[in-house]
Write a protein that binds this ligand. Structure first.
Ligand SMILES: [Zn+2]
Length: 339
């Protein structure tokens, strides 16, 4: 392949993978439930208030691809004003998760008003996003206004809160090098643990394999300490890279705790995405969890540092989880928690 051709290789298929080849898929059970996605009218990434495509075409494309990969219901984190539109268009194919953020100088009342609007729309989950890069905006998982949101939500009958606790280890090595500003990766966890302890009657889902697929021992320790804690499997590039790198340990972890993991994609309906973008994520995720497929990941991964003579993407090494475990992770755990 010439250099000019390489430049035009799409991020969703740098290896020329035939995504129609699904012979290695082993799961043939009832439909999957995606607990973590962002289906909405596509927004401007830098100015999330600006709607770029004022229609649900991306959502339709994504959900049609989801159905092709056996996913019948997707829980979306979307702006509250998109919920009626999406519900009209897609009915039961979507469930809703209300993201409770507020701008730095906004009064706490803004967060409570947002909660009320989400509750009016019948969200089943709330999301507290608390990545290190949100610290300067005051988006701590245990900020007083978030404690109050959890308290009010619980009083209203909501039972599930999803949290983004931490980012990949490589980000702490390359992006969050200023530990005084961002905290270390280990320092992201105590505030989250305090929230679980404060609300032991709520169900807590830590997104992206608890934010720590790099350390299965840590994940196991958290699962053993908190019986009301769950992990979602979302964020394709992160999980392909780090789960594959410690396949046997993660496989053993999931098999020891099969009731505690929930399938998630973290797909986002961004402006201008092509169908194959969605195809690539679902294909890789199902390949990772249910097959014994091995090879360089078809998806470009800016967080991966290739070795001199190795492939340009990380190895994807399928876990080949047993079918009874897959059924729990793909479907029945979510059904049980959301009933
Ligand atoms: Zn997400």
């Amino acid at each position: 392949m010439s250099a000019s051709e390489t430049i035009h290789t799409p991020e969703y298929n740098v290896t020329g993978q035939d995504y129609h080849d699904r012979r290695h898929f082993r799961y043939t059970g009832p439909p999957l439930i995606d607990i973590h996605a962002h289906v909405m009218r596509p927004r401007n990434f830098d100015k999330p208030d600006v709607i770029v495509e004022d229609n649900v075409n991306q959502a339709r494309m994504m959900l049609d691809v989801a159905a092709e990969f056996g996913i019948s219901r997707t829980y979306t984190m979307c702006p509250v004003e998109d919920i009626p539109l999406l519900r009209d268009a897609f009915g039961d194919r979507l469930g809703f998760n209300g993201v409770i953020n507020k701008k730095k100088d906004e009064p706490d009342e803004e967060a409570y008003r947002l909660l009320d609007r989400y509750l009016e729309q019948g969200v089943e989950i709330l999301k507290f996003w608390a990545a290190p890069r949100g610290r300067e905006r005051g988006l701590f998982v245990d900020a007083p206004w978030r404690i109050e949101v959890a308290r009010r939500a619980r009083a209203a009958g909501l039972r599930i809160i999803m949290v983004h606790v931490a980012d990949p280890d490589v980000w702490f090595e390359k992006v969050y090098t200023d530990a005084a500003r961002y905290g270390t990766k280990a320092e992201q966890y105590p505030p989250f643990c305090r929230m679980i302890e404060r609300f032991p009657d709520l169900i807590w889902i830590a997104a992206h394999m608890g934010g720590d697929p790099e350390h299965p021992d840590h994940l196991e320790e958290l699962l053993e300490r908190y019986p009301n804690l769950y992990f979602d499997t979302s964020a394709a590039k992160w999980q392909i890279r780090e789960v594959s790198a410690r396949r046997d340990a993660i496989r053993a972890l999931i098999c020891r705790h099969p009731t505690r993991f929930l399938y998630g994609s973290d797909l986002v309906t961004r402006p201008g995405l092509v169908r194959e973008h969605y195809v690539s994520r679902y294909w890789c995720q199902r390949t990772l969890w249910e097959s014994a497929w091995e090879g360089p990941s078809p998806i470009q991964d800016p967080d991966f540092t290739p070795s001199e003579d190795g492939p340009s993407t990380p190895m994807l090494r399928g876990l080949a989880l047993p079918v009874e475990v897959l059924t729990q992770v793909y479907r029945t755990n979510a059904l049980r928690l959301l009933q």
